[in-house]
Design a protein around this ligand. Structure first.
Ligand SMILES: [Zn+2]
Length: 277
């Protein structure tokens, strides 16, 4: 079973508020949203308490702000990045306080900045550990999900995230189009997608398969990897084969559509998936 939803407020939500987004998603038979705190965490805890009443049955996760670099050279930037993730966690914890739903916080971990990759891994792992400890000390029960990234200069290929997840007891957000862009188009058929799922299971066990948080969109890439997201039907990304692999493998969790056509493409994904044998 997969939940399908949008990255942020659907295009046709009127007026464009988070509260209306919950109702609109339900009206069009989608049941998930990833709140996009792209430029900063723009919901306060009090507001989240109020909004929660309207969220019935919608699976809510959140994407931490974009300017995060847990491998920044300046200590100050690292502190700011950690604060962004912690603030995102506090909000998602309010939304899902009384539910069994996983409190997923998605974030892009950082950049290599041309440093030694093993060193970068260690720095990022120790900074994520600081965040995990903060949440533990404050009884905030959330799941950190570092995302597979699309640019070759960004930390976050699948191997890196699987070993981080194993080491720290967290789970990745698997953005398949990013892996396609990172591989310069090589990962784009049923067998490749299926192999990735096998790899995830081999490191994380069934938990890695039965509790997935997935991003799908169309995408354009150049020699550095990801350039920009595209509508599904304007990209060569083979989402149909991906959906088939997810279905055959018995993957469970949430699929968030990050294409510029948000709910239109989320519904294409959902219909395509449901039609498959
Ligand atoms: Zn993504």
């Amino acid at each position: 079973m997969l939940n399908f939803g949008t990255a942020g407020i659907p295009i046709n939500t009127k007026p464009r508020t988070t509260e209306n987004a919950f109702y609109f998603l339900r009206d069009i038979s989608l049941n998930a949203i990833e709140l996009e705190f792209v430029r900063g965490v723009n919901i306060k805890e009090k507001k989240a308490e109020d909004l929660k009443v309207h969220a019935n049955n919608i699976v809510i996760s959140a994407h931490a702000p974009y300017y995060i670099n847990l491998n920044a050279k300046e200590e100050e930037k690292i502190e700011r990045s950690i604060t962004h993730i912690i603030n995102t966690g506090k909000i998602i914890n309010v939304f899902n306080r009384y539910s069994d739903a996983n409190k997923n916080i998605v974030f892009h971990p950082g950049y290599y900045l041309k440093m030694n990759k093993e060193q970068v891994y260690k720095t990022i792992a120790s900074n994520i550990e600081r965040i995990i400890n903060y949440f533990k000390d404050n009884n905030i029960n959330v799941m950190l999900r570092p995302e597979t990234t699309g640019k070759i200069s960004q930390f976050g290929n699948l191997d890196e995230l699987l070993s981080l997840s194993e080491e720290l007891g967290i789970l990745p957000c698997v953005d398949f189009p990013h892996l396609y862009a990172r591989s310069l188009g090589k990962i784009n058929d049923y067998d490749s997608f299926y192999n990735l799922l096998e790899k995830i299971e081999s490191v994380l066990g069934k938990k890695g398969i039965y509790d997935m948080h997935i991003h799908i969109s169309g995408i354009e890439y150049g020699k550095g990897g990801e350039k920009n997201h595209l509508p599904l039907n304007e990209s060569d990304f083979n989402y149909k084969s991906l959906l088939k692999a997810l279905k055959d493998y018995g993957v469970r969790g949430t699929v968030i559509c990050e294409s510029p056509k948000l709910e239109y493409d989320a519904l294409i994904l959902k219909r395509e998936y449901n039609q498959m044998e």
